[in-house]
Design a protein around this ligand. Structure first.
Ligand SMILES: *[C@@H]1O[C@H](CO)[C@@H](O)[C@H](O)[C@H]1NC(C)=O
Ligand SMILES: *[C@@H]1O[C@H](CO)[C@@H](O)[C@H](O)[C@H]1NC(C)=O
Ligand SMILES: *[C@@H]1O[C@H](CO)[C@@H](O)[C@H](O)[C@H]1NC(C)=O
Ligand SMILES: *[C@@H]1O[C@H](CO)[C@@H](O)[C@H](O)[C@H]1NC(C)=O
Ligand SMILES: *[C@@H]1O[C@H](CO)[C@@H](O)[C@H](O)[C@H]1NC(C)=O
Length: 363
């Protein structure tokens, strides 16, 4: 039987995974690159978001596709810059609206920024250089073991039709300039072995103006994509019976620590955190476990801090001087395994297709 484009498009809506459809930035709504229509629209619509090949995941964390999406396996290598930038101010909230997220795909929401050249992001590909700093992360908010009927994950709120979207705050201390924002869902329902975790990255471009900030993030706090994640990271290869989820990558950038305006204690702890961050983002997670300094918060504290969404969804306050390092320590043996829940992998019966794009969407 022959499928019409419309049939394929609606099939992808039903069976697909997802992507960010639009954003509200400084009161203005911006449609994002639509992989179902933009490739077939002439002239090509100009967007603030970079091209994505479809609604499917990236699983290879060492591929350039992990940066702003892509499908190297099928010849779509990484992403290309977008034409536009959304104007915004440091401290603004940006709300991203994902397509309705499938409830089997539980996982984390993680957001990074990178400063583009002063000429803009529209020609810029960072490749594998270290340019990214993490500005927000939300993972396993409440484990089932805390008394609920199921784990509560950051993506859960995106699984309800007409949801309020996901909001991140542009760090208030950032210097004006052009920035590339890398936002992803890391779905971990199949993360028991690598490759298995499904990453859904996408990038959008901001023109940050009119702010009072002057912070340019130190180069030693920056990570690369690919580079920031390794298949052996405990948040990339993750046992679904675990009661904690260590979000991969560096600790969240804090204006209080990063601007040097904090007190001596906070500067010190941020320096420690930065070193830990470098260790944690190295390819060998064993190394990061071994070198995590005693000052790093305990797994329980780390989880609690992340759960409170205090870093992710609100502006980083100058009182939060302790950088949270969601490192390999979160998988220590004192985590009490709960009775193994029916995993999404088991309930869906098969691994989600890696296939991308309209013609190849999961059929
Ligand atoms: C992952 O990507 C890297 C870099 O492109 C490549 O060398 C490697 O073969 C890929 N791995 C798989 C399993 O495709
Ligand atoms: C951003 O959202 C936070 C949390 O809702 C709120 O406290 C803050 O005032 C908002 N910032 C702006 C600039 O609207
Ligand atoms: C943005 O995307 C969401 C999620 O699909 C949708 O509900 C909403 O109507 C869209 N908003 C605009 C302005 O297109
Ligand atoms: C990234 O790669 C492209 C294409 O090879 C190159 O033109 C560009 O200069 C590189 N960017 C950086 C920041 O190295
Ligand atoms: C960035 O914002 C500034 C200040 O509003 C504006 O003058 C400039 O044209 C903008 N640049 C781009 C490329 O959007």
């Amino acid at each position: 039987m022959r499928y019409t484009l419309a049939a394929l498009a609606s099939a992808s809506l039903v069976l697909g995974h997802g992507y960010v459809e639009n954003a509200t930035i400084n009161g203005q709504s911006y449609p994002f690159y639509d992989p179902n229509t933009d490739p077939y629209t002439s002239p090509t619509p100009e967007r603030i978001s970079r091209k994505i090949p479809g609604n499917g995941p990236v699983e290879n964390v060492t591929s350039i596709d992990i940066q702003c999406n892509g499908d190297s396996v099928d010849g779509v290598i990484g992403s290309a810059p977008a034409a536009l930038h959304a104007p915004a101010a440091a401290g603004d909230n940006v709300t991203l609206f994902w397509s309705l997220w499938p409830d089997s795909h539980y996982g984390a929401l993680v957001t990074y920024m990178a400063r583009c050249p002063d000429t803009g992001c529209q020609d810029w590909l960072p490749n594998s250089t270290s340019v990214w700093f993490k500005i927000a992360e939300d993972g396993l908010i409440t484990p089932e073991s805390a008394g609920g009927q199921a784990d509560i994950w950051a993506v859960d709120s995106l699984e309800v039709a007409g949801n309020a979207g996901y909001t991140y705050t542009i760090p208030s201390c950032l210097a004006d300039g052009f920035y590339l924002v890398r936002h992803e869902i890391i779905a971990v329902f199949l993360a028991g072995s690598y490759p298995g975790a499904q990453l859904y990255p996408g990038c959008h471009q901001l023109n940050i103006t009119g702010g009072a900030g002057s912070t340019v993030v130190d180069s030693d706090e920056l990570v690369a994509f690919p580079g920031a994640y390794a298949g052996t990271d405990p948040g990339i290869t993750w046992d679904s019976s675990s009661t904690t989820y260590p979000i991969p990558g560096p600790s969240v950038f804090s204006c209080a620590a990063g601007s040097g305006s904090g007190d001596a204690a906070s500067s010190e702890s941020s320096a420690v955190a930065t070193q830990t961050l470098v260790a944690a983002s190295s390819a060998d997670s064993q190394t990061s476990t071994a070198t995590t300094p005693a000052t790093a918060v305990s797994p329980t504290q780390a989880q609690t801090t992340i759960s409170a969404s205090s870093i992710a969804s609100s502006q980083i306050s100058s009182t939060s001087s302790t950088a949270v390092v969601p490192s390999a320590t979160s998988l220590t043996s004192d985590a009490t395994p709960v009775a193994a829940e029916t995993s999404a992998a088991a309930s869906t019966g098969k691994k989600c297709s890696k296939r991308r794009g309209l013609q190849r969407s999961n059929l």
